[in-house]
Design a protein around this ligand. Structure first.
Ligand code: QUE
Length: 336
């Protein structure tokens, strides 16, 4: 638990429950929430009465919209590197704890699930998505890169789906997220409370009766073209291939890339390609090193200002154009 109930833990039948409880802030993860979540998981790992852990978000708008990037921006701007380091180190340690947890960990994902919300769900064995779920890794829009282990899991999605999602920040629905690999089960929102109760009674065995037939993969018609465009070696190469496609999905991708931080696009592509050959632990360690360097770039403070603080959605990126990003400066961020 946290002092302000922003994260509520409880025991219920055979399971331990974690409720992300900042609904007005779309359950975005604060450092106290990360700490309380870690504490509960460590305590339950050795508790013979807890057979599984179930995490969910309060309210019907979001599972979790990400990390508390407003606090991160404030700390970055005021030079509080200790807070920034603690936040990312403890968040990524929690991501790894979930991936290696000795008991079943199950996320009920209804509403928005982005960034840090994906970090506390995608590494688990069981991820149930509803038709109201919306998954995205939108960090390039705030001058950041897909972290929380995304440089491990995005390159492992089918074909170049992960490169497309990580660079453009495109939102996908719950059913599409199951097809893509973000989620493992599909249960309609109308049955989620019943599933939650059944889990307390029967443990994860309850899942089978709630896993409903998936609608088709709405992205299937674009899979080949996504792979063709997003397998290019450079951001400019991807843009050139998208321009050659005469399709709405490609125009939407170009628009997203045009709005994103040009520097962040370069960091992201490089980090995703590197992540193909890393373990989750190595990827998280490499992401941590990269957070320190990318947070020092003006685009993070500017991106959070434009998208979350002032909400004018008019970030002034430095540089403003993809072709003006200096490759040597990008390479320097990735040096040991
Ligand atoms: C891109 C992002 C994030 C975002 C908006 C973007 C993100 C994030 C939040 C967010 C949302 C609600 C909150 C909050 C943060 O918004 O990662 O504190 O209350 O966490 O365009 O990557």
């Amino acid at each position: 638990m946290t002092a302000d109930d922003s994260l509520i833990t409880s025991r219920d039948g055979r399971i331990g429950r974690i409720l992300l409880n900042r609904p007005k802030a779309l359950n975005a993860l604060t450092l106290p929430m990360i700490r309380a979540c870690t504490r509960a998981l460590l305590a339950w790992a050795d508790d013979p009465h807890v057979h599984a852990v179930v995490i969910a978000g309060a309210g019907d708008r979001a599972f979790c919209a990400g990390g508390d990037i407003r606090a991160l921006r404030d700390a970055g701007v005021s030079g509080d590197q200790a807070f920034v380091d603690s936040f990312f180190a403890e968040e990524y340690a929690l991501n790894l704890l979930i991936a290696t947890y000795p008991k079943p960990y199950l996320a009920l994902i209804d509403g928005l699930c982005m960034g840090g919300g994906i970090g506390v769900s995608v590494h688990a064995a069981y991820r149930v998505a509803t038709e109201q779920a919306a998954f995205a890794m939108p960090e390039t829009a705030i001058g950041f890169f897909p972290d929380i282990g995304a440089t491990f899991f995005l390159p492992r999605l089918p074909g170049e789906l992960g490169t497309w999602l990580g660079l453009t920040g495109t939102r996908i629905t719950g059913p599409d997220a199951v097809h893509a690999g973000f989620a493992t089960h599909f249960t309609p929102r109308a049955r989620l409370d019943d599933l939650s109760a059944a889990l307390a009674r029967d443990g994860v065995a309850a899942l089978a009766a709630f896993d409903e037939t998936l609608p088709g993969f709405s992205l299937a018609p674009h899979r080949a073209a996504i792979d063709r465009c997003f397998s290019a070696d450079t951001v400019s190469g991807i843009v050139a291939r998208l321009r050659a496609e005469d399709a709405d999905w490609a125009r939407a991708a170009l628009q997203a890339l045009g709005a994103a931080s040009p520097s962040a696009l370069h960091w992201t592509l490089r980090a995703l390609r590197r992540g193909r050959d890393l373990t989750l632990k190595q990827a998280l360690d490499a992401e941590f090193a990269l957070t320190r360097r990318t947070m020092a770039h003006p685009d993070f403070a500017e991106g959070v200002r434009a998208m979350v603080v002032d909400k004018d959605r008019q970030p002034r990126w430095q540089p403003a154009r993809i072709e003006d990003v200096n490759p040597a400066e990008v390479a320097a961020l990735f040096s040991d």
